[in-house]
Design a protein around this ligand. Sequence first.
Ligand SMILES: O=C(O)CCC(=O)C(=O)O
Length: 272
Amino acid sequence: MGPSKSTETALNDIRRDGFTVLENALTPDLSMAIRHGLDPWLQGARMGRNDFEGFESERVYALLSKVPEIAVMVEHGETLGIVDSLLAKNHLLSAALAINLHPGETSQRFHIDDGGNALPIPQPRDMLGVSTMWALDDFTAQNGATEVIPGSHRWSDDRKPQERESIAINMPAGSVLIFAGNLYHRGGANQSTQHRLGITIQYCDPNMRQLENMSLAVPPDTAASFSPKIQALLGYSVIDPGFKGYVNGRHPKNLIDPGYKGRKYRDELPPS
Ligand SMILES: O=C(O)CCC(=O)C(=O)O
């Protein structure tokens, strides 16, 4: 069984409402393989470090390097067909992480994903990214399904999101929610007794990058020998709020400076 709607219908949904849902995007077998791959990383040892990550949530960053089975999501044909139509050629993978909401998690704040609020480009504007949320569990209003504000990708900057405007995306496991990077959304509150496991894969405009890919051109050992200023210029820096530029959910300086005191997990031990 394939995805539940045509690319054309999905694109119309996204252009009008800012989002669409494809059911049956992931087979139960693949879903199971991904869950198995995630198991060692979801031991309740690394809960979120702030209200945005969720103090009652686990996040597994750098997911392609830990659970390579998620490649099927990253290059899922129908999803990429939609992303190709919305973003410029050679768009980039911008984020890939698992989010496991535990019972008792509270709602996130409403936000957009494409980082455009940090750029001097007034809204309304084109989306600079496309986000997806893959449901590994059934997503319900009770267990913290992602909430979206329909049409908010077309708002101007002065309009602020209100609670009453949002809807919870109820979708069965195996579905994917695809939404404009400038759509207001948030993770809901988990008022159930079960976890809610999802994987978010996000794509961004290809121009949101340096001219030369400095992180690949200058290996970390060489970068470590330069001044903090050059390290920051190479990309060993983050933009806050948003933490854009993180590596594996941590400040990139952790890769080249073992004594770095910036943002870390509360528990640095790798899962056994
Ligand atoms: O967990 C969710 O449903 C949404 C999470 C989210 O939007 C985010 O962390 O950026």
